[in-house]
Design a protein around this ligand. Structure first.
Ligand SMILES: *[C@@H]1O[C@H](CO)[C@@H](O)[C@H](O)[C@H]1NC(C)=O
Ligand SMILES: *[C@@H]1O[C@H](CO)[C@@H](O)[C@H](O)[C@H]1NC(C)=O
Ligand SMILES: *[C@@H]1O[C@H](CO)[C@@H](O)[C@H](O)[C@H]1NC(C)=O
Ligand SMILES: *[C@@H]1O[C@H](CO)[C@@H](O)[C@H](O)[C@H]1NC(C)=O
Ligand SMILES: *[C@@H]1O[C@H](CO)[C@@H](O)[C@H](O)[C@H]1NC(C)=O
Ligand SMILES: *[C@@H]1O[C@H](CO)[C@@H](O)[C@H](O)[C@H]1NC(C)=O
Length: 927
């Protein structure tokens, strides 16, 4: 066999066995030695490697080094049909060197370094070339308009083409699809330039700043153009209204369009039908995120050929125009995320071809009976409106093709169920969570057998665990029943269910033991949430059999015993929350080996003993171990958890010093070690970190306050990369702690370092220490501060008058040795903020400057700061976070729901807290 034949056979292998390559195998310089097993193919080391194209997903991309001399080898690949050289650094000189590859059909050169004017003639020998992808280079134009007569697909997106160079494309007479997204086309586009592209069907000009199309004189030119994509073409500013009108008018240059996409534009000025050209054949109109005016639905109803109308997030308001009912051919109607209100018009029944309808996130009211006539409907999205939805789903009972029913965030009510009727639908997705109801499982559910996703949470539904739903629907993957009034034991289906991956029964009245076999019944579980029920007994060791388990939340039950060792073997387990139970165990060393654990919440249990040495789950991000009985030092634990954001070990019996390695946990933002018995000095290394919360209060720490300790401004911005599953912990931290430094109730001594004035902390508590010296005048720079407590120290000197510039809501310097006048115009605070400073005078103290009486009143040791100040600052912080979060949720509907779930839970917790602690809180008032 000659060399050439060897190469040929190699390429045949690459093309025919592409799938093999896609499995992730590739050659590289390091493993090419093993190539001999491929029949001794030579010179493979000229290649960098071979793999799938990340852009096209197609096989056998050959990647080369930058040295184009290596490239000559390709000349002999004379059977090569597909060549992907994306993400290299080839420049214009690559083109002539490809001319020997005449059978080439596809050439992909995405993200290389082609620049300036390209000579297309250099590719003239590639007579079979059908697809040329030059996306993401710096091409400005072409030198010649001859050649590539068979080219059908040309992708020039993300280059530097301007209007003047378009005419060079004229010669591409076979071209069917031309993509020029995000180039430098500006202003008026003369379609004459593209005359000759008589086979062009699809043209994408998105992301250019086109304001007008100059039509061709006759229909000769772009008569086959059926798809035009003009997303994001408007620059803002200037006379937008005039520009839009002009642009829409000029679309008359394309009378035969079937598909028009105008997404992400501002089209407010479409005020009359005259604004729209007479599209005779338009079938698909996409205008998502293009703000338009209220008449638009009425106007659009004249384009009766429409099959798809997508107006998601267009700022539409008022009631749904009856005009929409004239679009009798509609198959897809998406008007989600607008401000449409009122009831649905009955004429919707005319839309008998409609397959997908999205009305979600509007302000619609009333019943959904007008949907009864949508006989072809497959997918109904009604979520987040004010619809009243009967639990029987009567109005859609007869829709034989209905697969998806999404109606969360509406009011669900009990209607008279049609007992002897069987629904004609077999749903795959049912999302009905919302408000109201309070009855039993709806009858229609008993007839479903194809369900994959069922979410019927938050409707105070009654009954037991619907094990029959799992028995009937073997494909069920997700079952959400949280926040209902379900009760009784958790009854498992008879046979193992091989489909279920998510089960959430949190916040119900389930009780009894967690069934021993739960992990065997649901071996594919990834998410199991059973929080806040009445479960007792042990955590079953069979959970270890659910080897894909990622999230386990059993918090807020009455579980006893320990965590089964089997669970530590779930190598995907990322969230383990068993907080607020009666678990009693010593943390085992094996927990430290959990390789995926990110969230560990064992707080509010009876966990005892010290941490096992070298306890360092490497992926840990959030750790809550507060309110247990942990002992010993933390010196030999957590030091390797370099991703930690939150470490809460408060309310335990930890001893020893604060380890210096904490300063190396560079993401640590929330550190609470309060209510322990830690001693020694605050290590300097903590200065390496920017905290949002540092709470070291109620320990035996001594020595000076480290001057460089930083507390960042609480931004209230939640990192969007953080999974919604982790929201609970993030929000929890923010609520309790937004930007707070609490070093109170220790034995800290020395002066307050002036650097503390640079802090952007919102709460600063240094009370109950032995601090001496003056209040630094730099405190006037504490611009964010809302609560400042310096009480119960030995501070002396005057209160800096600049302190009145701070927007404080809570303030105390009581029980120090301060002297001089109280700050003028700072009367928000009463006597208790200043008392216990014998040499301090002026309002609101009863003493004037000549008073000699020395106040001897000794206030109760607890001080007010633990109550009043905390609650006020908490409230302020809360409001600020809330505003930030509201802004975030306004944009993201999923988080919005997660948030409301969270708030409800917290309200319940808060109520329990108040009930439990009412007497304690108000003890001192009781005579
Ligand atoms: C095109 O191919 C012919 C032979 O098939 C060759 O002679 C010629 O040099 C090639 N042209 C280019 C520009 O490489
Ligand atoms: C729809 O077209 C008819 C004539 O075909 C015209 O009279 C009417 O004004 C148009 N309606 C709208 C809303 O543009
Ligand atoms: C519906 O929206 C329109 C326009 O925003 C408003 O004028 C009208 O009062 C709303 N109707 C109802 C019932 O809310
Ligand atoms: C709906 O269809 C009926 C009969 O087909 C027709 O009389 C009625 O005008 C239509 N309604 C609308 C709003 O087009
Ligand atoms: C569904 O069909 C049955 C008869 O097949 C009929 O009695 C019932 O009224 C229909 N329901 C609706 C909502 O159209
Ligand atoms: C679903 O389960 C219930 C209770 O076991 C049973 O009555 C019903 O026939 C089942 N439905 C289907 C479709 O299997």
């Amino acid at each position: 066999m000659g060399l050439n034949q060897l190469w040929m056979s190699l390429m045949m292998v690459l093309l025919l066995h592409g799938k093999w390559w896609c499995d992730g195998s590739y050659f590289s310089n390091s493993n090419c030695g093993s190539m001999s097993s491929w029949g001794g193919i030579p010179n493979c080391c000229n290649w960098e490697y071979v793999e799938c194209s990340p852009i096209t997903g197609r096989v056998s991309s050959l990647y080369f080094g930058i040295n184009s001399s290596r490239f000559e080898r390709l000349w002999s690949l004379d059977n090569l049909e597909f060549l992907d050289l994306s993400f290299n650094r080839f420049n214009n000189s690559i083109l002539p060197s490809l001319s020997g590859l005449s059978p080439l059909k596809s050439l992909i050169l995405v993200d290389n370094r082609l620049k300036g004017i390209i000579n297309i003639q250099e590719l003239n020998n590639l007579t079979s070339l059908k697809e040329l992808n030059l996306q993401g280079n710096e091409i400005e134009g072409f030198k010649s308009s001859h050649g590539l007569r068979n080219l059908e697909l040309l992708d020039l997106s993300y280059n530097h083409l301007d209007n003047s160079k378009l005419s060079y494309l004229k010669g591409l007479s076979s071209l069917k699809s031309l993509n020029m997204r995000y180039n430098s086309l500006i202003g008026t586009l003369n379609m004459k330039e593209l005359d000759g592209l008589s086979n062009l069907e699809e043209l994408d000009l998105s992301g250019n700043k086109i304001i007008h199309f100059e039509a061709l004189r006759d229909d000769r030119g772009l008569s086959k153009l059926s798809k035009l994509i003009l997303d994001s073409i408007f620059s803002y500013g200037g006379n937008t209204s005039l520009r839009n009108t002009s642009l829409l008018h000029s679309l008359g240059a394309f009378p035969y369009l079937k598909t028009l996409s105008l997404q992400n534009n501002c089209l407010k000025s479409i005020i009359s039908a005259q604004g729209l050209p007479n599209f005779k054949k338009l079938e698909h109109l996409y205008m998502n995120y293009s703000t338009t005016n209220n008449n638009f639905l009425q106007i659009i109803s004249n384009i009766t050929s429409l099959k798809t109308l997508s107006l998601y997030g267009c700022g539409l308001s008022g009631t749904l125009s009856q005009g929409i009912c004239k679009l009798e051919h509609l198959q897809v109607l998406d008007i989600g995320y607008n401000d449409l209100n009122g009831t649905l018009p009955w004429c919707l029944a005319n839309l008998t071809s409609l397959q997908q309808l999205n009305l979600s996130s509007n302000l619609f009211t009333g019943n959904i009976s007008p949907l009864e006539g949508l006989t072809s409907i497959q997918e109904l999205k009604l979520s987040h409106n004010y619809f009243e939805i009967p639990i029987s789903l009567g109005p859609v009972f007869n829709h034989t093709r209905l697969l998806q029913f999404h109606a969360e965030g509406n009011e669900v009510y009990a209607d008279i169920e049609v007992h002897d009727l069987i629904p004609k639908f077999q749903l795959e997705t049912l999302v009905l969570s919302g408000l109201g109801y309070g009855g039993a499982f709806p009858k229609f559910l008993y007839y479903q057998k194809n369900l994959k996703v069922v979410d019927i949470s938050y409707i105070t539904m009654k009954g037991g665990f619907p094990f029959w739903l799992l028995e009937n629907n073997t494909n069920l993957e997700m079952l959400y029943l949280a926040n209902n009034s379900l009760s009784g034991p958790l009854q498992l289906p008879i046979h193992s269910h091989m489909g279920l991956s998510n089960l959430d029964i949190s916040n119900n009245g389930f009780h009894g033991h967690v069934p021993m076999g739960i992990g065997i019944s649901f071996p594919m579980l990834q998410v199991l949430k059973m929080s806040r029920n009445g479960f007792t007994g042990n955590i079953p060791s069979s959970l270890g059999n659910a080897s894909f388990l990622k999230i386990l939340q059993l918090d807020g039950n009455q579980l006893t015993g320990s965590i089964p060792n089997n669970l530590y073997k779930c190598s995907y387990l990322g969230t383990l929350d068993v907080s607020d139970n009666h678990l009693s165990f010593r943390i085992p060393g094996s927990m430290g080996n959990m390789s995926s654990l990110e969230v560990l919440d064992l707080s509010k249990n009876n966990i005892f003993g010290s941490f096992p040495p070298n306890f360092n789950p490497s992926e840990l991000v959030f750790v809550y171990l507060s309110e247990n009985r942990l002992q010993g030092s933390i010196r030999n634990s957590f030091y390797g958890c370099s991703k930690l954001i939150t470490l809460d070990l408060s309310h335990n019996s930890l001893t020893g010093t604060i380890p210096e390695w904490i300063g190396r946990l560079s993401f640590l933002s929330y550190l609470s070690l309060s209510y322990n018995s830690l001693e020694g000095e605050i290590p300097n290394q903590l200065c390496n970190l920017g905290f949002n919360l540092i709470d070291l209060s109620h320990n035996n720490l001594s020595g000076p306050i480290v001057p460089c300790l930083r507390v960042n401004e609480g931004s209230g911005v939640i990192d969007p990369r953080i999974e919604s599953e982790q929201m609970k912990w993030i929000t929890y931290s923010y609520l309790l702690s937004l930007s707070r430094m609490d070093l109170s109730h220790n034995k800290l001594s020395g002066e307050i370092p002036p650097e503390i004035g640079d802090s952007t902390s919102q709460v600063l508590n240094l009370s109950h220490n032995s601090l001496t010296g003056p209040i630094p005048s730099t405190f006037s720079k504490l611009s964010e501060i809302r609560s400042l407590d310096l009480s119960y120290n030995h501070l002396d000197g005057k209160i800096p008058p600049e302190i009145t510039q701070l927007s404080l809501l809570a303030f105390s310097v009581a029980h120090n040795n301060l002297s001089g006048p109280t700050p003028a115009n700072f009367l928000t605070f009463d006597e208790s903020s200043y008392e216990g400073n014998p040499l301090l005078w002026g309002p609101p103290l009863p003493k004037s400057c000549d008073a000699t009486t020395i106040s001897t009143d000794v206030r109760e040791e607890s001080g007010f700061i633990d109550k009043g100040v905390f609650y006020v600052s908490f409230l302020v912080t809360y409001i600020m976070v809330l505003l930030a979060i509201v802004a975030v949720f306004y944009i993201n509907p999923y988080w919005r729901r997660a948030w409301f779930t969270f708030i409800e839970v917290k309200i319940i917790n808060c109520q329990y807290f108040l009930e439990d602690n009412f007497c304690v809180l108000f003890k001192f008032r009781v005579p």
